[in-house]
Structure formats: C-alpha cells, structure tokens
Design a protein around this ligand. Structure first.
Ligand SMILES: Nc1nc2c(c(=O)[nH]1)N[C@H]1C(S)=C(S)[C@@H](COP(=O)(O)OP(=O)(O)OC[C@H]3O[C@@H](n4cnc5c(=O)[nH]c(N)nc54)[C@H](O)[C@@H]3O)O[C@H]1N2
Ligand SMILES: Nc1nc2c(c(=O)[nH]1)N[C@H]1C(S)=C(S)[C@@H](COP(=O)(O)OP(=O)(O)OC[C@H]3O[C@@H](n4cnc5c(=O)[nH]c(N)nc54)[C@H](O)[C@@H]3O)O[C@H]1N2
Ligand SMILES: [Mo]
Length: 711
C-alpha cells in the first residue's frame, strides 16, 4: 500500500524523448550538493524508473546531466539499497546487522532518546549535511523534531562557511554573476574551482566563451581536468591564495589599473587597502605562493586590462581556496578584486562563489524554532565531531550520548577520521543512521533506517549556482520499506508523544510553507519543474550600479564587521597551519590536498560500480621530482602518513601535481579501499580563520614506498 502521508503528485510532461505512450515523464530535480541543481526528466514505465535525462527546456541544465546523475536509476535500484530497518548484531563498525520491523526500530529509538532526554536532551546530537539539498528532506521535519526535543544544535560548517563569512565581509550575502551570462565573458579565472568535475554546466558556458575568444586561467596547485583546458595555470602552494590576491591588488594599484570612478562611488576603505597592499610586492608574494613573480604581474595586467576595456572579467572562485586556515581571508581578498577594477560593471563580469544568498526561504516555517519554547541548546561543530565524541564529561561539556545521522556520511567525510571512527565506536553511544546504503557510518549504527531517494519522494531544491527554485515531483513508489526523512522524523515525533500539528504536515505542505516568502508560483512550478526566484533580481546580484547588501551599501575593503568580530578589518595574508615553510615540514614536507573526484559526489556514488570503475582505485598523484627523491615509481603502492594517521594508495607519478604537493582525489568509502582508509585519515580538525570550517587541504604529509609496494 502506498503511504498516503505525502501527497502523490505525479506530474506528466511532454517531451520528444518519450515517444512510447507507456512511458510517463516526471519532472524532477537533482538533489545533490552541486551548484548546478539540474532539472531532470524521469522516464517511468509500469511504476519503474527506467531512465533519467536532463531537461532541455531548463536553461541552466540545457538538456545535460553529469555522468553521475545520469546513473541515478542504477543507484536507486542498486542491489545494496537499504530496504528495511536494521539493528546491529555485531561490534560497532563491523557491519553485521539483522532485519527488524519499523515498529521495533522506532520503539527502540524513542525509548533510548526519551531516557536520555529526561536527563538532558542536549546529549542528543543531530548530524546532517547535504546528502540531499532539498528544503523538505533536508532540514524541515528533522529540525522540527530536534527543536521540540531540545537536542544540541549542529554548526553545519563542513563545506562553505569560511568563504561565506569572508564573502559577506566584502560583499554581503552570496549572490554572484548569473550563470546565463558566462558565455559573454572575455576572461574567466577559475580560482580553486574544478568546474568540469564540480559544476559542469558552468563549464559548458565557459567553453562557449572560450570559443568566442575568451581567455581562461586556472589558479590551482593541481592541473585539474579544468586547469588542463585553460590557457594558463598558476600552480600556487595550497592555502596561499590570500597572498596572491594581495599581490594582484599591489600590481593593479601600482600600474594604475584601478577603476577610480567605481572605487569612489561603490567602495569604502580604499586608502587603507592601498597601504596594506603596498608591501605585497610580486616578489614577496611569489615567495609565499611558490610561483614566479612574472605570473602575478601578468595575471594582474590581463585582469585589469580586460575590465578597463569593458570586457566581462569574471572570477569563478570556489571551495578549493577555502579549505586551509586562511580560507575565509582568501575569499574576502579575492572578492575585493572586481570592485578595484570595476569588473562588476559588466553583466558577465564580477565574481561567482555561490547564489545561495539569493531569494528568501522561510526557514522558520520549515524548521519551527518556536518549538524550542525558550530553550537555547548548545551547538556542536560538525567539523570537530571526532574530538567531541571523544570528550569526557566535565563541568564545561556534557558528553554526547546519542547521535542521529541523516544526509551525511561522517565516518568517511569528516576530518581526522581515526578519531571520528573511535568516537563512533564508543559502546555507550547510541547511534541512528538514516541512509540509502550501508555506508562507513551506517556500519557504526545501533539502528539503521532506510530512506527514500529523490525518485521516491517530493521536494523543492534551492540551488547555489543559479536562480531557479527547482521542484522534484515523486516519480515512483518507495522501494521496499524505505521512507522519506520527513516521514521518519514525523513517526519518531509521534513515538515520543509530540502532538503538535506540524508533525502531520505532508511534504508539499512543508514545501509551500517554506517558499511562501518568495512570490514564485508554486503550483505552476510543480508542473514546469522550476520557478524563478522572484525575490532576487540578477541585475542587482551583478552590482553594476552598486547597491551592495553590506552595512554600508558598498564594497567593504575595510570591514567594521570583521573588526567587531576580532579580525583584521583589512585584507591580510593568513598562512596555513601546516605551512610548507614551518618546522613541521622538516618531518612532513609534502602538502596533501584531497579534492572531489569527478565521478563521485563527495562520498555518494562511490558504491555505484560503473562510476567506481571509471575512477579506478584510490590514487595519489605525485610530481616526478618528489617521487624520485623517495624511490617511488609510477603505480607502486605508497604509504602516506603524518602524526594523525596513515593510508596506502597507488602512486601516479605525474606533473599534474606541482612540486611539493600530492593529490588524493576523494572521497572514497573507506571499506571500498584496500586498507579500509581514506584521505581523512590524515586531515586535521583545526578550523579556518572565519566560519569555524574544516581545513581539509591544510595537511602536511610524508610518503614512502609501501613494504610490498611494487607496481
Ligand atoms: N563531481 C563532483 N562534483 C561536486 C562534488 C564532488 O564531490 N564531485 N562536490 C560538490 C561540493 S560538496 C562542493 S563543496 C563543490 C566543490 O567545488 P569546487 O571547489 O569547484 O571543486 P573542486 O573540484 O574541489 O575544485 C577545487 C579545486 O581547488 C584546488 N585547490 C585545492 N587547494 C587549493 C588552494 O589552496 N588554492 C587553490 N587556488 N586551489 C586549490 C583543487 O586542486 C581543485 O582542483 O563541488 C560540488 N560538486
Ligand atoms: N578529504 C576531504 N574530505 C571532505 C571534502 C574534501 O574535499 N576532501 N569535502 C567536504 C565537503 S565540501 C563536503 S560538502 C562534505 C560532504 O559530506 P556529506 O554531506 O556527508 O556528503 P556525502 O558523502 O555525499 O554523504 C551524504 C549521504 O547522504 C545520503 N543521502 C542522500 N540523500 C538522502 C536522503 O534523502 N535521506 C537520507 N537519510 N540520506 C540521504 C547519501 O546516501 C550519502 O551517504 O565532505 C567534506 N569532506
Ligand atoms: Mo561541499
């Protein structure tokens, strides 16, 4: 029997693709943590999804899906899908489970949580991130549940916090150049951004710009798939971007490439900035970044001149620059550049980090903070979950006794994994995991609950790379006994005795309430598959005529807010914790970065055989000079280690990695690697300068040939 809890909207669209009358086309939206948030067309025959394609009518999607999501059907019907609740019968982490019914699962959880909550609900911690970016299956019913419970809050810091804080100091909430203008740019700088892997539809537009004569420049320690297709690569040392931006400012000011009119009308603090930039000569910056001074001079000239000529000069800054100690400052400094040269004047110019500051979502309607009823629970930072799970009871810290994980795989993705796993292995910790698959994290659960995938539930997804709010209509019935996150938390609420009416809301009611602050037409959007966010005008987002959403209404080179937060009010250079010039480098001389592999989406899709086969196995890319110095040959097994941990990988000796930097594309499931480990065995829990975010790419290591590491 279909569950009547969530309204079974099944919208049929027409498309030339579906000539077979037995095929129903459902308009859906990709749920994944990616800026592109594509419009999908799901072909359904006899209640079975048979194919997923990109909707050609949705402009940002333009009819294409990435290789991963094109395999969404393979993932949905995967032979390992979790189809019923499970209870653990083996040791934590061992992965031995036994099937139970929903009643037993929910009763067990409610009994355990009630007992803990009777003493102190803050000992119960939610752990979630962006397994789905849906407003409904993400943080709606789940947070209503935790608000009513009074559980700890979670600082969802693991991805974008450093940059969002840095960006806000300079420009305000994140709204960037509209992806639909990118093809008109004449210079595109990919700054810590591997668009081919992580935002394919931005890349398509950039390629169109390239065909129209645009110059593409990558700033990346690694010759990524994107960097190799650019005209130029500046391969700096990881975590030194804030210095490079200051070096560019120095040259722009010195060589009179400043747009004085724009600076005078739309910025504050330029004199102080000029003074600050004075000491960041190209030679000084080159030494910090490990690059040639000439590359800084040349980039500044190309950038300043493109803007001066009125050409679109666009910086696509992404997450690569944010994952070291100075990640916040890097974004703060980079976002000053388009104001200095007036690049905001051109619709295709300016800067794009994210569009997530655009549009208004009614978070309170989704998550109902009123259910806290005056309580103000503590906040746990998801990026230091390893330490926090291992922290003992003290007057300052209430030990974590229960963890409810959904939309996330912390045992694979959180830094300092050895500690994370040790924390999850605690016998006195009660852990519930809502999942599609038996992940590394699910292996540590006491109870595993099967969740529906995007094809099996309704949702609305707010993108961070374009300005359309996307509707995901349900295409098929839930597989097995799987249930949407909303339904699971609603049932749990009932078991806990919560009687508020909001725990009865169905998914469409939640979606309508959560988006009612925008004047978009929800009913029309369900039929079309998307609706333009009306509360943002992309013309405003490009700031041609100023009007920045900062305190001063201008670009803030000098930020009083940063100063009030105890930070340097001006752009500065913040060195990495694990600097290649520090004492630590004498033991661990190589900087390791672990950016996303093209065929995985964080740790999602790693268990899809066809995609894993394309990635091959966990590799470590190492420069020929660094390999030779250690007697490492191509394809031999190496041991990578530092004080936090060690793992084994197969070496690829290649000059894609710059000298001094090794690259382990991620995020592998630990249990699908030969040694049961992944890159987070080596990463640390130190936090960024802004936003208390993780520093995955601020990680010194040493490498040796494994004992039997023959190629
Ligand atoms: N295929 C795929 N797409 C994804 C994801 C995925 O896992 N796979 N993940 C999604 C998520 S959650 C996110 S946050 C985004 C990430 O989006 P991006 O940040 O665009 O993705 P990355 O591939 O990490 O690109 C970052 C690039 O920065 C480089 N880099 C590393 N350290 C530094 C540094 O210190 N300075 C500079 N300048 N560059 C550096 C890396 O070598 C890499 O090429 O992508 C999203 N899209
Ligand atoms: N070393 C290293 N570590 C990193 C990064 C890196 O570049 N290098 N990147 C970091 C970044 S940017 C991010 S964003 C994080 C990502 O970390 P996470 O947000 O944890 O992302 P995933 O690893 O994709 O795990 C998401 C899980 O949610 C599940 N899921 C999907 N949809 C649903 C649903 O509807 N219901 C339920 N219950 N579950 C669902 C999926 O099956 C998947 O196992 O990782 C971080 N970790
Ligand atoms: Mo992310």
């Amino acid at each position: 029997m279909p569950d009547s809890f969530y309204a079974p909207t099944l919208v049929t669209a027409r498309s030339s693709d579906a000539t077979d009358p037995a095929i129903r086309l459902v308009r859906a939206a990709c749920p994944h943590d990616c800026p592109d948030t594509c419009a999908m067309l799901v072909q359904v025959r006899d209640g079975v999804a048979i194919r997923v394609t990109g909707n050609p009518d949705h402009r940002p999607t333009a009819g294409t899906l990435c290789t991963k999501v094109a395999r969404y059907v393979e993932r949905t019907y995967h032979h390992d899908r979790l189809l019923h609740p499970l209870k653990r019968v083996g040791a934590k982490g061992e992965g031995r489970f036994e099937r139970i019914g929903w009643d037993e699962a929910l009763d067990t959880i409610a009994t355990r949580l009630s007992a803990i909550a009777a003493r102190d609900p803050e000992r119960i911690v939610p752990y979630s991130y962006a397994g789905t970016m849906g407003l409904v299956q993400g943080e709606s019913m789940a947070q209503r549940f935790f608000h009513k419970l009074g559980g700890s809050r979670l600082h969802r810091s693991i991805c974008a916090e450093a940059g969002s804080v840095g960006y806000a100091y300079t420009l305000g909430p994140r709204m960037g150049t509209d992806i639909e203008r990118v093809q008109d740019a004449k210079l595109i700088v990919f700054w810590g951004a591997n668009a081919i892997a992580s935002s394919l539809h931005f890349w398509s537009r950039a390629q169109e710009a390239k065909r129209n004569g645009a110059r593409l420049i990558a700033i990346d320690p690694y010759r990524s798939l994107t960097a190799e297709k650019c005209h130029e690569l500046i391969a700096l040392l990881p975590g030194t971007d804030s210095a490079l931006a200051l070096g560019l400012m120095h040259v722009l000011i010195r060589d009179d490439l400043v747009d004085d009119d724009y600076v005078a009308r739309h910025t504050i603090g330029f004199d102080a900035l000029q003074e600050r930039a004075a000491s960041f000569t190209p030679e000084h910056v080159a030494a910090i970044c490990g690059i040639e001074a000439g590359a800084i001079e040349s980039l500044a000239r190309q950038y300043g001149e493109a803007a001066r000529q009125g050409d679109g000069a666009l910086i696509r800054v992404n997450y690569g620059v944010q994952r070291a100690r100075g990640g916040g400052m890097a974004v703060r400094n980079i976002t000053c550049l388009p104001a200095i040269v007036g690049a905001f004047r051109h619709a295709a110019g300016g800067v794009l980090l994210s569009t997530s500051g655009a549009g208004s979502v009614d978070k309170a309607a989704l998550t109902r903070p009123d259910l806290l009823a005056g309580r103000d629970p503590r906040t746990i930072n998801m990026s230091t979950i390893g330490d926090d799970l291992l922290r003992a009871e003290s007057p300052d810290f209430k030990k974590i006794e229960a963890l409810i994980v959904y939309n996330s795989n912390p045992v694979a993705v959180a830094p300092d994994s050895r500690k994370v796993a040790a924390g999850f292995a605690r016998e006195d910790l009660f852990t519930v995991v809502l999942e599609h698959f038996q992940t590394d994290t699910a292996d540590y659960a006491d109870i595993v609950l099967p969740a529906t995938t995007q094809l099996e539930h309704f949702d609305v997804v707010k993108p961070y790379g374009h300005y359309d709010l996307m509707v995901n209509n349900r295409a098929i019935e839930p597989l097995g006994e799987a249930k949407p996150n909303t339904r699971i938390f609603s049932l749990l609420a009932k078991r806990m005795g919560y009687t508020e009416a909001c725990f009865d809301d169905d998914d469409e009611t939640i979606a309508a309430a959560g988006t009612s602050t925008d004047a978009w037409d929800f009913e029309a959007a369900k039929i079309l598959g998307w609706g333009r966010l009306t509360s943002v005008d992309p013309a405003v987002a490009r700031f041609g005529d100023g009007g920045f959403p900062t305190a001063s209404g201008k670009v803030e080179f000098r930020s009083a807010r940063a100063e009030a937060d105890g930070l340097d009010p001006l752009p500065a250079y913040t060195a990495p914790y694990e600097d290649t010039r520090s004492a630590l480098a004498s033991r661990y001389p190589l900087a390791m970065i672990s950016p996303p592999a093209r065929n995985f989406l964080n740790s999602t899709f790693v268990n899809v055989e066809s995609l894993r086969a394309t990635e091959g196995e966990p590799w470590l890319d190492i420069h020929p000079d660094d390999a030779a110095a250690r007697g490492i040959e191509d394809r031999c097994t190496v041991r990578v280690f530092n004080d936090r941990g060690a793992m084994q990988l197969r070496a690829r000796v290649t000059d894609r990695a710059r000298r001094g930097v090794v690259v382990a594309l991620s995020i592998w499931w630990k249990k699908l690697a030969k040694d049961g480990r992944n890159a987070n065995e080596l990463t640390g829990q130190a936090l960024t300068d802004m936003g208390q975010a993780p520093t995955f790419y601020d990680c010194l290591v040493e490498i040796e040939r494994a004992i039997d590491g023959n190629p």
